[in-house]
Design a protein around this ligand. Structure first.
Ligand code: NAD
Ligand code: GLY
Length: 366
């Protein structure tokens, strides 16, 4: 029996949309269907997720004149312009018109590509997110950032393009590998660190339940995460200010992902290590206590997440990769640090010397 547990709204004027969170939502025969107005639908998934969930999505769509299924190869490695072109080839061949709706069924890779494809196809068609990883449920499906990677930088080619709705069926997490669950939990912890100390404490306390996949705990964590993200996105849709605090750990994390080759470190793993570096830096500036850093490190270890940057990446490698980051404005690197637990801030005065101390001189707790 479908059970709708929470409905949130991302408030963006004419681009506002609901985020539904619940159990067995894909078995609901009206909820998804009511957000798809036309008779044409393109379901985009990948070879891992499609066999698990696409039949359910098809059933939830009800009768449609034309449904095209595009099954992509699995992996960050395929989040490219070439894959985008393959999607357009299929959609054009099947003669989808401007009233079509693209439905992303999968993790952040599928969601980001599908959103960008929807933004581009015929200058923009509707799209809906059905995220099936925890990371996609708490982060990438909400907020309208869509993109593909370029060999020289992650998510460098993309658009802000909001979905019509987001459907988070917690039951899809039952098939998610534990490593992916942990990576998604890194992003959940991020919300506590940047904006809600009591949520952070709750996560410290309830982490064993979350790691065990307990649904009530997951539903609460997802709801609180999406609520924080939705409010930040509503305040700053195109990241001209406050939205950048969602990037805690990401500037370091993207450097790790790009430096190691896409897909070697999971995004959430790279962000976890990046967040630890950001907390170290915050502590070295005297903004948070050394014990906060140690507590966070222990939390990451308990979540089976990496707490050391890759051995082969020194500060110079970080500086070189970070200088290409989208968060560089007028040559000035912007990094998110913590003024306190639950209080993220954006700084643009991190020096190379601080980075050398942090990464090369072993400031990172080992
Ligand atoms: P992913 O999409 O690669 O999914 C991880 C793995 O889990 C894949 O192998 C996938 O096939 C598999 N999978 C997905 N759902 C499953 C399920 N229910 N059961 C079993 N296997 C399942 O990775 P991700 O962590 O979901 O997303 C990472 C991507 O998201 C990165 O490309 C990152 O840049 C992007 N991202 C975007 C935003 C944004 O705001 N748009 C935010 C964060 C991350
Ligand atoms: N994941 C960061 C953002 O959506 O802004």
């Amino acid at each position: 029996m479908p059970l709708l547990m929470h409905t949130l709204h991302v408030e963006l004027g004419v681009r506002s949309y609901p985020v539904y969170i619940g159990r067995e939502l894909l078995a609901d025969t009206t909820l998804l269907a009511q957000h798809i107005t036309g008779s044409q639908v393109v379901i985009i998934s990948n070879e891992t997720v499609a066999p698990l969930y696409v039949d359910r999505v098809r059933a939830a769509l009800g009768a449609r004149q034309l449904i095209t299924e595009v099954v992509l190869p699995d992996g960050e490695h395929y989040k490219t312009l070439d894959t985008l072109a393959e999607i357009f080839d299929r959609v054009m061949a099947d003669k989808h018109n401007r009233s079509t709706t693209f439905v992303a069924v999968g993790g952040g890779v599928v969601g980001d590509i599908t959103g960008f494809a929807a933004a581009c196809y015929q200058r923009g068609v509707n799209f809906v997110q059905v995220p099936t990883t925890l990371l996609a449920q708490v982060d990438s499906s909400v907020g309208g950032k869509t993109a593909v990677n370029h060999a020289l930088g992650k998510n460098m080619i993309g658009a802000f393009y909001q979905p019509q709705a987001v459907f988070i069926d917690i039951d899809t997490l039952q098939t998610l590998p534990p490593r992916e669950l942990s990576a998604g939990l890194a992003e959940v912890v991020k919300y506590g660190l940047i904006s809600d100390a009591s949520f952070y404490r709750w996560l410290q306390e309830h982490m064993p339940r979350l790691l065990a996949g307990e649904e009530a705990a997951l539903a609460e964590a997802i709801e609180r995460s999406c609520s924080i993200k939705g409010q930040i996105v509503a305040a700053d849709e195109r990241e001209s200010g406050i939205r950048a605090i969602l990037n805690l750990g990401h500037t370091f994390g993207h450097a790790i992902e790009t430096g190691q080759g896409y897909g070697k470190w999971l995004h959430g793993e790279a962000v976890a290590t990046g967040m630890l570096l950001a907390l170290e830096l915050s502590s070295s500036r005297g903004w948070i206590a050394a014990s906060d850093v140690q507590d966070f490190r222990e939390l990451l270890l308990g979540m089976h997440l990496p707490v050391q940057p890759p051995q082969d990446m020194d500060a110079e490698a970080f500086v070189s990769l970070m200088s290409r980051d989208k968060k560089v404005i007028d040559g000035q690197l912007r990094v998110v640090l913590l003024k306190d637990i639950g209080q993220g801030c954006i700084v643009d005065d991190v020096t190379e010397r601080e980075l050398h101390n942090l990464i090369d001189n072993g400031l990172t707790v080992g």
